[in-house]
Design a protein around this ligand. Structure first.
Ligand SMILES: Cc1cc2nc3c(=O)[nH]c(=O)nc-3n(C[C@H](O)[C@H](O)[C@H](O)COP(=O)(O)OP(=O)(O)OC[C@H]3O[C@@H](n4cnc5c(N)ncnc54)[C@H](O)[C@@H]3O)c2cc1C
Length: 432
């Protein structure tokens, strides 16, 4: 048996053989039919960036990797002024963004990582930040989905028969409701983003006024770190907007006023740039191509958990997260980074943002190099902290991000009925 591990090295499994790498749809169908005939568990894998068990397969099962053979941008179309593109599921977001950029197009919103596959992003509710934007799967208008009979079904949100249900189940389908072969999504004209970074005082006004910060830019993110223990407690507000910051500020106040949040915008303590940037991410202010600004320049292996709470619970959740992360553990302990982002509501059955405007609260910590790691102690401290965060977020109605630690599958009946129709033997179900 070979060993397969996720990108961060926090999870491994023992598939029965090296991953299949089909060179096209016919090759993928042959793998699928082989698994069905032999009753072998099957998982599609992308770039392995998932920290939950979803990216693994039971011992002896098969993995299939679409990156080498199903990773092309297939076409672009414009209809009634709306632009869509179709791409194969194994394409990385980085290549997709480059290919779209050459055509003068872009994705409207992205998370911080681009070296993942389109299929993996759509199957796990990958999201960026911005109240006007749903997770990436929310921009999908059509899917080509293969069931365990090796047949590809072209499905969309409308139409007769089971198509719309297959469509809905495969957005954030966790790799269990079918295999996404290709997807059609909305694109927008290429655009630049301006990014600013501001340090604000982490006082009660900030927590109470979280909604105003959520509306304060096209793509706002709040971050802090437990590494900073001296000086006034600070939260960093990173704003990415289509306009330069000065204009963005006027827009932000207008948006906050429209939502009745203007009075909550707390007076900011404005840190000097050096202090702002000596913080965790070293994200410089500036302007650039949207996908480059969305994504982190360097990505380091990490342990991470992320929770989606209703936007109106965001202030309480952030205050709670602040309190839990500040609690000292025994000894120096791991350094934790918190990241608060926002998204629009969606109607995707398995999405953590279904039915409500969402505040996403993420915690991560960088995995130290092996020799200085004091493995067990470090891991235990992180596990204990993540458990405290998970319990608190759960109490506030939080839903875990499927690709991160703390996620426990819980399925709706409709979702399970689609899974059963495309995969009667349950071979695509995650590790038992
Ligand atoms: C450093 C880092 C930064 C991250 N930043 C963000 C972020 O900003 N926002 C966010 O939301 N997430 C983020 N994530 C999580 C990441 O988006 C998810 O883990 C995503 O699923 C990774 O895609 P992948 O290609 O690596 O898929 P994998 O991890 O290999 O697979 C993930 C799941 O998708 C399924 N899957 C893959 N391809 C298909 C397919 N073709 N059809 C059906 N199912 C499929 C798999 O079976 C599995 O269940 C980050 C992760 C890391 C490590």
């Amino acid at each position: 048996m070979s060993v397969y591990g996720n990108w961060t090295g926090t999870r491994t499994c023992r598939p029965g053989r090296d991953a299949w790498r089909p060179d096209g749809v016919a090759g993928l169908a042959a793998v699928v039919l082989g698994a069905a005939a032999s009753g072998t568990k099957l998982r599609v894998v992308g770039a392995g960036h998932t920290s939950s068990a979803l990216g693994m397969v039971d011992d002896g099962g098969w993995l299939v990797d679409l990156r080498p053979g199903l990773s092309r941008l297939l076409g672009v179309s414009v209809d009634a002024g709306l632009c869509t593109f179709t791409a194969e599921a194994g394409i990385t977001l980085r290549k997709l963004c480059d290919d779209l950029h050459h055509l003068g197009l872009a994705l409207p919103n992205l998370g911080t990582v681009l070296d993942i596959t389109l299929g993996g992003a759509l199957a796990t509710a990958y999201h960026g930040t911005g109240l006007a934007h749903r997770c990436l799967a929310g921009g999908v208008v059509g899917l080509a989905v293969m069931g365990m009979d090796g047949v590809v079904r072209d499905v969309g949100p409308e139409g007769p028969g089971p198509g719309p249900d297959i469509f809905r189940a495969n957005l954030c389908g966790l790799g269990m409701a079918g295999i996404i072969v290709s997807a059609t999504l909305h694109a927008v004209p290429s655009f630049d983003l301006w990014r600013s970074v501001e340090a604000v005082s982490a006082d009660a006004a900030l927590f109470a006024g979280l909604g105003a910060y959520a509306a304060s830019a096209d793509h706002p993110t709040l971050t802090w770190s437990t590494a900073v223990r001296s000086g006034p407690p600070l939260v960093h507000v990173r704003r990415c907007s289509r306009q330069r910051d000065d204009n963005g500020r006027a827009q932000m106040r207008a948006r906050a006023r429209a939502r009745g949040w203007a009075g909550l915008l707390c007076p900011c303590w404005r840190g000097d740039t050096a202090q702002s940037l000596s913080f965790s991410h070293r994200v410089p202010a500036g302007r650039g191509r949207s996908d480059r600004i969305f994504a982190s320049a360097e990505v380091v292996p990490q342990r991470t958990t992320e929770w989606a709470v209703a936007l109106d619970m965001g202030s309480r959740a952030m205050a709670e997260l602040w309190r839990i992360l500040q609690e000292p553990g025994p000894g120096p302990g791991p350094v934790f980074y918190a990241e608060v982002r926002f998204s629009a509501a969606d109607d995707i059955w398995m999405s953590p943002a279904r039915g409500r405007e969402t505040c996403w609260l993420g915690v991560y910590t960088f995995i130290p190099p092996e020799p200085e790691r004091g493995l067990t102690q470090w891991d235990e401290a992180v596990t204990a902290k993540f458990a405290r965060v998970g319990a608190a977020m759960h109490r506030l109605g939080g839903r875990a991000h499927p690709a991160k630690e703390g996620y426990v599958c819980s399925f709706s009946a409709r979702f399970l009925s689609v899974c059963a129709s495309l995969d009667p033997q349950g071979l695509l179900r995650g590790p038992s």
